[in-house]
Design a protein around this ligand. Sequence first.
Ligand SMILES: [Fe+2]
Length: 331
Amino acid sequence: MATINGGLPKQNGGDPSKLHSNADLSPQSVTDHVHAVNAASDERTKFLFTKLVDHLHDFVRETKLTTDEWMSTIKFLTETGKISTGVRQEFILLSDILGVSVLVDAINYPTPPGATEAALLGPFYTEDAYQLQKGDSIASEGKGDYLFVEGRVLDTQGKPIVGAVIDAWETDGTGLYDNQYVDRERPECRGKFLSTEDGSYAFGAVIPVSYPIPNDGPAVRILNALGRHPYRPAHLHVMIQAPGYEKLVTQLYFKGDPYLMSDVVFGVRTSLIVDPEKVKDEALTVSRGFKNGSKGHAYVKHDFVLATVEEAKEARKDAVVSDISKLKIGN
Ligand SMILES: [Fe+2]
């Protein structure tokens, strides 16, 4: 086929018998016409765009979208693009607050039976966390109230996984990650550990604090319009990797947090909510590596269960293939 514009075909590849006369297009016929013009040879592309056009057109018809509303949507998306940079992704934030990120994750990463549930990675992970020894603290003195976390890394049969890399990161006591400080000199409130012979791990930290999503961009305007608060409940991020096992990216949440049921990005899972014990024992606080024993500390014991690569693959196959196969391509 002759092409123009560096490879674009001169004619549409769709079925001409299904095309309406252009003068004929109505709110009812335009959807069929767009489908007839589209002629992707890749089945997945065809399926995605058929559904996208169907849902977009239905949305416009059902809401009787006004021209002003459509233009303000275009303006909003333009602003979302303009504020996004290499280190700030407002579209991801938009996806998060509309529940799309958590939905895509749930479909693509179903939890294999018996394994720890996954949660969003979030935008504050960095790769430069120091490798620390079992029991060390990921937070320097003065970064917040003491927290000690320990437990085991296990497989779905309950056997310990030795040598798993546990990467933990969190906000300090003011609700900020280290990479939100312009004068960051080194990793803070983050660290890496290896599970030991019995699969156990332990580290000191600070009690993380709930924080709002960035309030200077378009995404937060959606929240304002919808009467929603911008907060995530306090959480401790954990990523665990071990050879032969599916990488686990998850978060621990804390019982009693006021935002557990209304997390702005919908990340909370009840299986990931821990109930920290308040430890007032001065000697125990010092023995766990904290400088000021009189302050006491919060204590969390939590085991993480990793699925093997095969178990994860199996769970994904069941969830995705069976769901997609129920959907018909076309209209
Ligand atoms: Fe976070």
